[in-house]
Every structure is written in C-alpha cells, then in structure tokens.
Design a protein around this ligand. Structure first.
Ligand code: LLP
Length: 436
C-alpha cells in the first residue's frame, strides 16, 4: 500500500506522507513494502536502518519524469546514503553520481557507475583524489577555487589529459533552511563569486589542459520552495548571457541538489512543481542540465529501527531510553532536526489515550543525545520503534562515538529483506588500531 498525503497514521501531521513511501501499518504492525518490520527487528537485532528499494527507485523516476523534456543527467548525491546496494540500484536505473571524496569515488567504482556520469564537488580535493578521478575519466570536476583550478591544471599536465571543469558559482541567494546547510549564500566556504567566475572564463587560456565548459551551483539542502532555486538560476542565466556575448558557450549547467522532503509539517514542492518552475528558465539556455539530488531520492525511503531499553521517570521529564543514539542518527542533535517516531506495533485507539509526553533519548553520554523531544508515545520497555525519514544523512553521518558499533543496514527489495551492511562488531572497533 502506498502512503500519500493524509496517510494512514491518523495521529500524523497532515503532510507527513506528501512524498509517498512504503512504510505503512497493516492492521497494527508496521510494514516496509510487504515485510513486517518487527520480524526484521527480531531477525537482525536493533538498532538497524531499513530501506525500501521501491521507494528509492520511484523517487528517482519522479525527478527523471518531471525533467524528461530536457533529458538532464541526474547525478545522485551519495553523501546522503552511500550504501553500495542502494548505489547499485540507482546505477541500474540510469543514475549518475555526485561524489565529494576519494572514498566516494571508490564506492561508485565498486558499483560500476559509468565514469562519464560522475561529477566531483568539494572545496578540498587533494592531489591524490584528483588524480584518481582523472584516471577513472570522470565527466567533470566542480571547481571551488582558483587554487584548485591551478592544481587541476598541474595534474592534467602531469597525466597528459584534458580535464572538464565546471566552475562552482556562489549565487548569493538565501534559501530558507537550517544555517548549517545553506551553501549558496555570501560568506560560506562554497563556490566562487560571480566576478571571479567571469574572470576565469575570460582568462581560460591560462589553463590549456582544462576544458572550462560548465557552471555549477548548489544553494543548500532541505529547501522546500522553488523560488530560491529560480533566483539562483536567473543569476546564472545573466552570467551566461554575458559570456555568450564574448563567444563563450557552456556545455553543462549543474543546478545542484537540495530539494526538501517532509519530516514534519513541511509542504515541499513536488518534483513536478519544481520542474514546472525552473524548466522554463533552463530551456532558455542551451547547456545540458545536471541535477544532484540526494535527500529527495532516499530521505523518506529509510527508517531507523530501535528498541526501548528503559523507561525513566524524573520529577521533570519522562524519558524513553532506546538503543539507538546520536552516533547512529546525529541530525536531531546537530540541527535539532525533527524526525517522526512511531511504534512498530501500534496500540489500539483507547490505549492511545494513555500516551505520555516523553523525550526519546539514546544511551550516549551527552545531553544532546536525543532522537525526539516532547513526543506523545505509549511505549513499554522492550517495545520497538521506528524513526522516520532516516534514509538520507542517517547512516552516512553515523559514528563510533562512545565506542558504539555502527548499526546494520537492511534493504527490502522484490519482496525480500537483505542484510546489506552487517552490524559492526567490537572487534571492528579496534581492528585498525595499533597497540604500542
Ligand atoms: N550537491 C552538492 C554539491 C551538495 O553539497 C549536496 C549536499 C547535494 C548536492 C545534495 O543535497 P540534497 O539533495 O541531499 O539536499 N547533513 C545535512 C545535509 C547536508 C547536505 C550537504 N550537501 C542534513 O542531514 O540535513
């Protein structure tokens, strides 16, 4: 069954399901596609991340379809979730990849992503990373500074290769999102200002081994409105017009990622709505368009499943202490991000009346270690719960803090659940250490 706006969680805020996904209650049990999540919790233990392959491919196709009339290259931004099985699935669907490190290059090579569908951003690419990507023959580098441009030219000379370059423009627009994930605004470390970008295009003969053929922007993440994207694209368009007068034509225009999803009461643009707003602007340019969505594709395709260890009542607060913490999901601690929390087994309506206001917290030794604050939940020790909207920036930002092994990852695909990443062991925690 498909979740749509005003989906079956009667207690949900109305827009929780405005982006469909396949996590739904059947009678009182939560299912991922057609698999009962509680069975998986018993089989694999907790905490674990659970992903729905069907949700991932449908989200990818939503973007593809919305933009089909301009046939863009869609490079999935794997920092959102770089599980190899998910990457493989997306490569099979025809996605390219947006990488930001040598490690991400290694991963996309592992799943045979065609080199000509890979773009590489990051303000701090090392010479070794650049070299590896050049040798693999990636489509282009999204360059963030003059120093990086000079480094690329050096590597190109040494390897006797021509390298494609997009200049990342900081379009200086202000999207409404969390301060830590705004990137296209004055004063952030990302991209180059308009004046510098223009100057590089005019002096591109100084870099004879680089094809400086594109512009890249990425204004931020979890952006729910199309307007800031449109403002940024218009700024690029006026720059492109100036360049064309001087006979410089762009081959590619990469508009980045950043499409927001529903965590709580957001009402984000749909892929269609976004396309309707920006495509007329993009069609005015002759460049091939590149998109770099991450969260939109995987965000609502994953949940974090955890178990209640203890209930703790204090005179001031009631705590539900669970076996997943900020090392597993750091978004609530880092951005005070809201993730809906629901039980794997839903209680009957009458029992729901006994719901209490609780903080759902992890075992980590920090007061910032919480998954949700002030939630109405009726949970007992030993109950399982699901934290929703954890497919993006969940596992990929997890750590071993407090020497906690990273959680397992499970993918439901074609009516089966696969363990696609084993839970780390204590041995994994110390394996790379050298005891002296
Ligand atoms: N392209 C570039 C150059 C990026 O830096 C990013 C994300 C994306 C594409 C994909 O953005 P998306 O479509 O996923 O919004 N950890 C934060 C999000 C950080 C995003 C970093 N850059 C969070 O948990 O909200």
């Amino acid at each position: 069954m498909l979740f749509h706006r005003k989906g079956p969680f009667s207690e949900d805020p109305p827009n929780l399901n405005s982006e469909m996904h396949y996590f739904t209650y059947k009678r009182n049990d939560l299912y991922c596609e057609n698999i009962k999540v509680k069975d998986l919790a018993k089989e694999f233990g907790t905490p674990f991340y659970l992903y729905s392959a069907r949700t991932i491919s449908e989200h990818f196709h939503k973007i593809k379809k919305a933009f089909s009339s301009i046939d863009p290259l869609i490079c999935y931004s794997l920092k959102a979730n770089s599980n190899l099985s998910i990457l493989k699935l997306l490569v099979k669907e025809g996605a390219g990849m947006d990488i930001v490190s040598g490690g991400e290059l290694y991963k996309v090579k592992k799943v045979n992503c065609p080199a000509k569908k890979i773009v590489y951003a990051s303000v701090g690419k090392t010479e070794e990373e650049i070299e590896e990507a050049v040798r693999y023959g990636i489509l282009m580098f999204n360059v963030e500074s003059l120093s990086e441009l000079r480094k690329l030219e050096e590597v190109a000379v040494r390897l006797k290769k021509k390298i494609n370059v997009a200049l990342r423009l900081n379009p200086e627009v202000e999207p409404r999102t969390h301060a830590y994930i705004i990137t296209g605004k004055k004063g952030t470390k990302f991209g180059m200002d308009r004046h510098s970008v223009k100057a590089v295009f005019f002096q591109r003969q100084e870099y004879p081994h680089l094809n400086i053929v594109a512009i890249h922007i990425h204004i931020g993440s979890q952006i729910t409105q199309a307007a800031p994207f449109a403002r940024a694209i218009k700024k690029v368009k006026s720059l492109v017009d100036e360049l064309e007068i001087k006979g410089i034509c762009l081959k590619y225009f990469n508009i980045g990622g950043g499409l927001g999803i529903v965590y709580d009461k957001e009402n984000p643009q749909t892929a269609d709505g976004f396309a309707r707003r920006v495509m007329p602007l993009l069609k005015e340019m002759s460049a091939r368009i590149i998109l770099e969505p991450g969260r939109f594709i995987v965000g609502n395709a994953g949940i974090l499943v955890s178990k209640v260890i203890y209930l703790k009542d204090t005179p001031y607060k009631q705590f539900v202490i669970v076996d997943a913490g900020m090392n597993d999901l750091i978004r609530p601690s880092l951005y005070e991000a809201y993730h809906k929390i629901i039980p794997l087994v839903r209680r009957k309506k009458a029992e729901n009346k006994r719901q209490k206001l609780v903080d759902v917290v992890g075992p980590v030794c920090e007061s910032g270690d919480f998954l949700g604050k002030d939630r109405y939940l009726e949970l007992k020790e030993g109950d399982y719960l699901a934290v929703l909207g954890c497919g993006a920036y969940g596992f990929s930002m997890s750590s071993n803090y407090n020497s906690r092994p990273r959680a397992a990852e499970v993918l439901v695909k074609n009516n089966r659940a696969y363990l696609v990443n084993k839970r780390e062991t204590y041995k994994d925690l110390v394996d790379k250490e050298v005891l002296i």
